[in-house]
Each structure stands twice: as C-alpha cells, then as structure tokens.
Design a protein around this ligand. Structure first.
Ligand code: IVH
Length: 517
C-alpha cells in the first residue's frame, strides 16, 4: 500500500477501533462481535510497522507500547490532590453542614453525592486533546508519572472527544479513580491459587499495585477500570454536576450511580440505599462522597490541611465491630424452646444499631467459648441477621461469667428439660403463659391469620385481663369486652373487633400454618 493510502486507512482504522473501545469499555455496550476489534487492531499494527513514521501517541496500538521503566519520574500537581475528611454518621454530616453554613450564611447549599470507590486516585493531563501525562496522587503535591500504565486502561481515552464550546487544544486535567472489579480480582486470585502463589488481600491493593508496575505489560494484563469525577481545568462549569457532564462528553467513563441532592435528607436516602445495596455493585465502595454542588462555594469554604471543607466522605459502618457482651438471657418460643440471646452494649454495624443477637443454643455458646462480660466481635453483612462471631479472650479480666441454661422456666417456673441428644432446651409446662402468648402472636401474624392492629402489647393486655387464653378466644371477643379497658376507647375497640371478624375465614394453608403445624 502506498503511504498516502496507508495514512487514510490508518486514520479510519483508528477511529473505528476507538469507537468500539469507547462503546465496550466506557458505555458497557458491545457493538461488534468480539474479535472484530482485535483483527482491526492487528491490521493497524501491521500498517504502522510498515510506516512507523505514521505512529502517533493516541494510536490504539500505543496502549501497551511502552518499555519497562527503571523508575517513575516525579510529577508536581498543578493543584493539590486533596483527601477527604470522614464522617461516620448522619449526626456528623449534619454537624459538617452547620459548620460550612456558618462560613457562608448568605448562600443556599445543594449537594452532589457519588459512590466512594475503593480504588486508587489518579490525575490525567491532556494537551491538544491527547493524553500527555497520567500521575498518582503521591503526597498530594508531587506524584509519580505512570502514563504508560494508565494508557493500558481501555476506559481512559488517549484522545478527547470534540465537545461544543470546549477548546480541547488547551491543557485539560481530569481526575478520578482506578479500580479493579470484584470479578477480575477473584479471577486473578484463583489463578494465583492454582499456581501456588500468595493470594491478594483486596481489589484496592491489587489495583494500586498494578498501576505502579514498572512494566506496563503487567498493568495491561490486569483489566483495570476507571471512573473520572473531577475536572480541574476551568471549562466554564458552575457546579460539580456540570463537571460530570463535561467529563462524560469528553469521552471518559463516569459513574452512573451519581445523585444530585437538594438537601442532606436526599443525601441520606442515597447513602442508606447504597449501604443496603453495595453488594450488588461489581466493584467495592466504602462510603459516599458528598460535595457542595455550587463551585463558587469551593473558594469561599477553602481547605484545611489536605482536606477541603466543601466535601466530605460519609463512610459505611463496618460489617465487623467489637462490643461488650453484657448479658446472656433466654427467650421462650411458642414451642416452649428456650433460646439464649446476647444482650450487647449497643453498637453501629453495617448501617444499624445492634443490641441483641441470637446465640441459638447452649452448645453454640460453649463452642464459641462466650462468657458474660466478654469483649466480642459481632458481624452483620447488609441485611443479614447480626451474629456474635467470637470473644477476644486476651481482653478478659477474670470477672467474666459462664452462662448456664436456667433449670426453671423464667416465665412460669416450670421445669426446663433438654432431652439427651437434642440441642434445644424446652419448658416442660405445656400451659406455660409465655408459650401461649407466643402461640397467639404467631397466630395473628402476617403469614398466618394476618389480623391487622393486634400487636404484642394488645395481646399482653388481653392475657393480663384474662379475656383470652388461646387463639380461639379471639373470635368470641366483643366490643363491650374491650371498650371498658383503661386507655381503650370505643373506636379502637371497634377497629380491633372488626379486623378480627374480617379474618374469620382464611385459606387452609394459612390455617395450618397459624396452628404451628
Ligand atoms: S471526590 C477533594 N469522588 O477518595 C477530593 N473521591 O479520601 C475530591 N474517591 O482521593 C475527591 N471515589 O481517591 C471523590 N467518587 C469519588 C471518589 C473519591 C473515591 C477517593 C479519592 C480521594 C479519596 C478521598
């Protein structure tokens, strides 16, 4: 092929390859069958080999072109790469808002919230639209030049898109996070295991280690991904939200899980949603970043040390924490089973405050070697029921007490029996008040008779007043029985009687379930 013709062909190939890359790695869309990009890339490589004078820095062939380095050069950041102060609760976030509002009392505050990706911060500098330098954060002021490695990440454009109103010839700096998906991380660890090599601790460390390799071929093999969230250069943006829009138009991958929030209430909704649903994401996050949306306020609020006042990281509560096992008590189920449970010093874990956790049975307590007064590790993952994992025996003082299953029912005083070979201890009194109570609660529950408005407190009242002693008694109650009770008006008496009457007939499966069969 003549050089003139080759030049034209090369240009077209580059555009097409880049378009496929953009759709696949930035937008998550496959627009041509897999393999097409590789064969176009192969053709481009051959042409460039024939005419090396036509190779340019933004050619897709240059993503893995670099030779291993002896060391990384230093890069001084045009503007410091800041870190964020953490907040661990809604109260702390509200206190943050109060502080910043005092500094700018005449301003209206709205926010932008995004996921705090557990990755590695980088900055990317484009000149004449072409990626010139990519660097690590380092100490915030001076980082390391890792351009060769960042070029291997397919979601990072080597050339910026043309955007209306943006002069892409000028130096443009964008920042964001490099990370590894959970799937990629697991795949690499499986390979390590197969080869008998040590496994990596977490995706964050592996991503950080991968971009700091002197040989870009290693980085290229790691399938890293990126999300850009910060536009350093002034391209006319007035809000943080607009930064995202511009960055996206320039061709970067931006997070789709972002949220404009007109107040902190909306920030909390976003935070609570992601605290519950973070497991569904393909990458790890450790909180949400909250940013004052109006950029004018950035200057007004300024920074303290290495952290800005206009942004804060609201961190998820950890899934494992320690607390004190204050007591072990037993609860009585409707089958008469006595189940020990932990009374814990209240502690925040995975988004909720925990003060109780079931301990299942006596053997489980023995197996875990739990003693009353122990400092214990408790765990809760997402919506899962909290669990006491283990005591920290090193912290024992000698005053801790052994748990003993009571020999008599704590409710009726009846004998507690634990048949040989069984894990569960039971109250032997079939007329035990608590057993009857549990039976009634079960009987009216949502999956059984589903009697609306008949909560535990009301059932207790009826039992105390001897109006009922078993579930069947509910159906002979009259308004006149209830309205004479203290703090129980005619209206509420009618409501309850009506809802019982409404549920007189239920399906057979519900009926069987309600009887506890
Ligand atoms: S905004 C002034 N947005 O968290 C700094 N940071 O502790 C503005 N991070 O260095 C940062 N995801 O490495 C921002 N969506 C996100 C982020 C994010 C992760 C990291 C970033 C930063 C650190 C702050």
């Amino acid at each position: 092929m003549e050089i003139k013709e080759a030049k034209k062909r090369i240009k077209k190939l580059r555009l097409k390859i880049d378009k496929i890359r953009y759709h696949y790695h930035v937008l998550d869309e496959l627009i041509v069958p897999e393999g097409v990009k590789d064969s176009l890339q192969h053709e481009l490589q051959e042409l460039e080999q024939e005419y090396p004078q036509l190779i340019t820095a933004d050619s897709p062939t240059q993503r893995v072109g670099g030779k291993p380095l002896a060391k990384f050069e230093k890069v001084t950041h045009s503007k410091a790469m800041l870190s964020l102060n953490d907040a661990f609760s809604e109260e702390e976030l509200i206190a943050w808002e109060e502080r910043i509002k005092k500094l700018a009392p005449e301003e209206k505050f709205d926010y932008f919230a995004e996921l705090k990706i557990d990755g590695f911060a980088v900055t990317l500098i484009y000149e004449n639209g072409i990626l010139k330098t990519g660097a690590t954060r380092g100490n915030g002021f001076v980082g390391e030049n890792i351009t060769q490695n960042l070029k291997t990440i397919e979601s990072i454009p080597l050339r910026l898109n043309e955007v209306k109103g943006v002069d892409t010839r000028k130096r443009i700096e964008v920042r964001g996070e490099i990370f590894m998906s959970k799937k990629e991380f697991e795949g690499i660890n499986q390979e390590q295991k197969k080869k008998g090599l040590p496994i990596y601790a977490n995706p964050r460390n592996l991503a950080a280690g991968s971009v700091r390799q002197l040989d870009p071929k290693i980085t290229a093999s790691r399938n890293l991904d990126s999300y850009m969230y910060e536009l350093v250069t002034d391209l006319g943006q007035k809000t943080h939200e607009e930064k995202h829009e511009i960055i996206k138009k320039l061709g970067f991958k931006t997070s789709k899980y972002i949220k404009y929030a007109k107040n902190l209430g909306e920030v909390f909704d976003y935070f609570n949603y992601w605290e519950k649903h973070r497991k569904e994401l393909p990458f790890l996050i450790d909180g949400v970043v909250v940013i004052v949306n109006n950029l004018k306020l950035e200057d007004k609020l300024g920074t303290v040390g290495k952290a800005p006042r206009w942004s804060v990281a609201l961190k998820f509560s950890p899934e494992q924490v320690t607390t004190i096992l204050e007591d072990i008590r037993v609860s009585l189920g409707r089958t008469g089973a006595l189940t020990p449970y932990a009374v814990l010093k209240p502690v925040r874990v995975a988004g909720s405050t925990i003060s109780r956790a079931t301990l299942h049975n006596e053997d489980e307590i023995k197996r875990k070697d739990l003693k009353i007064g122990d400092t214990v590790i408790i765990q809760k993952a997402g919506d899962v029921i909290p669990e006491v994992v283990a005591p920290i025996k090193e912290l024992r003082t000698g005053k801790e007490k052994e748990f003993k299953m009571p020999r008599f029912c704590p409710i009726c005083g009846g004998k507690v029996l634990r048949p040989a070979g069984e894990a569960v201890a039971r109250c032997a009194n079939t007329k035990c008040y608590a057993i009857e109570r549990e039976k009634i609660i079960h009987f009216v529950s949502k999956e059984a008779f589903d009697i609306i408005g008949l909560g535990e407190q009301i059932i207790d009242r009826f039992l105390e007043e001897k109006l009922i002693s078993d579930p069947a008694d509910l159906f002979s109650l009259e308004v006149s029985d209830l309205e004479i009770l203290e703090r129980f008006g005619k209206k509420s008496a009618e409501n309850i009687i009506n809802s019982i009457k409404n549920r007189k007939i239920v399906t057979l499966p519900r009926f069987i379930f309600a009887l506890g069969i």
